[in-house]
Design a protein. Sequence first.
Length: 643
Amino acid sequence: MNPRFVAVSGPFEGQSFALTQDTFSIGRHKDNELVLSRLEVSRFHCRAEQILGEGWLLTDLDSLHGTFVNRRPIRHCQLKHGDLIGVGDTHLLFLSQDPNPSGTDSAEDSSSLWDSKSLTDQTLTQKPSRTLYLNEVELESDFPERARLIRDLHVLLGISTAFQETLEVEPLACKLLDFAFQLVPAETGAVFLREPGLEHPERVAERLGTDFASGCGTGTSTVKVSKTVVERVLEEVVGVCHTSLEEDSELMNASSVMEARVQSLLCVPLVGHGEALGVVYLSSRSLRALFDKRHLELTTAIAGIASLAFENANHLKWLRRENRRLREDHLEHDMIGESAAMRKFFDVVARVAPSDSTVLIRGESGTGKELAAQAIHRSSRRADGPLVAVNCATFSETLLESELFGHERGAFTGAVSRKIGKLEAAHTGTLFLDEVGEIPHSIQAKLLRALQEREIERVGGTRPIPVDVRILAATHRDLESAIAGGKFREDLYYRLNVISCSLPPLRERRDDIPLLASHFAAGIGRRQRRQVIGISPEARRCLLAYDWPGNVRELANVIERAVVLGEGDVILPEDLPDEILSGGEEAPSDFHAALVAHKRFLVLDAYKRADGDYTAAADLLGVHVNSLHRMIRTLGLKNQLGR
């Protein structure tokens, strides 16, 4: 099928939009393929584009409110089956796979039911889609024996009911053989299934007749099969019935047939999505009960009923395996970023998280080192244990020692009771040492011993206490320079720097600034109970031009200020601090004065030309009327305008 979007919320809920062209755009303008007449939707909001060999790429078209995939803001995102796209209050589900494709018969299906031109008179073939049991007219004319027909149909009805009781592959295969043996005089049988991507099928069940140990199992194989027949059925997707192998010299000379002394055999495909999922293989050594056309019909019908059950069982098996893989590989984090630098960082974190190794997280202040530590902990084997964080820069030397190791009652003045330290509190979990470069030199030796021996002593205590804890450390300092200056122990550095990863500063990942700004604007707007639908292109350019010495933390503060002080539902340049507007540089006083004077002139001129109509004056200036009122207050023009 063509990939498609299915609306799960919004004005088009329940409707489906097929991606039949190379591009599919969404927005408020009538030229979009999907038109959403919503205030929070930009005129051209986002576009899905088919990239040859790579699938569909979703791109945000600098929308005010942002485009979200699985509730995360994106600029570019490679869509996967099941992704949820958010555009304003509309959510679209991207589907690229069809769970119920409708197949049509090929041209060769319209030919004669039996085709024996290339076969001997003792060989019959049968297309699953042409089985007689699906054609009532041919069925009545071909089988006048009503009693036998009623029995056969009764068994087929029982099959359709029985296959609904389980979704496990092996029990289904055993049931299939049990029913086949009720209708076909077979002595041995086996079911083979082919895993996706594998060429050769795997034997999942077999059954022996009364001459052998009866039963159904997947242990050591005792049923001999003809690989030639199995391969033909899988390749051509046709059922094959060899009625008398004595007259088929090619098959009779096959080692498997000779060894089993088989006289007739029957093999039909299990079909799903137009391809062979596997085969049902039956054989008999009796000359009195040779297989015929009726047996081929019955077995083909049984296989047709069973195929859907096997398809569902395989799908369930795949879902279980995929669920297990996702649980093992999924990295849970609250960090936002799609830049190459952040993708590299996420890859490192995903690889180190499952281990128990100590990790040193480097990065400037405000880059999100604590969020990285939380991501590592939540994706580790210790996720069910505690994550205890200590900011080593906020404590004096005495207090930090007590904070890390705890103290006994009376250990020092003011120690009126026993206190559990952070290392002890993090037992079976993770301890995050933030700003580890600020630890006083006298405490570094005690911390090193605790990491080496995996035990601590409380301040004033005499008994060692074992601790099972993983250490994550973070710093914005150059520890190598601190070691050279004698301020940090080299042995502690090597103990902490087992695995090192660095968070890039915001100025080195500018592509992520609009994503982060949209994320903060949406979250802060909800907390402040203000509707903020996006960031104007002019304000976005100002954010991108700034160097952000305070990194992500500074960006969050700037957006919060803009949301709180702004009056419109869109963040404008006027809502941003002066240092953001000037690119972080102090503007000369004469330049600033000239800029303010020019703004005043423009506002007064527009007010005069609009004959005192504020709405018309705002239109002349190209701003919202609320922005005009704010500019009048900021520029001190209330008295001049009589306001």
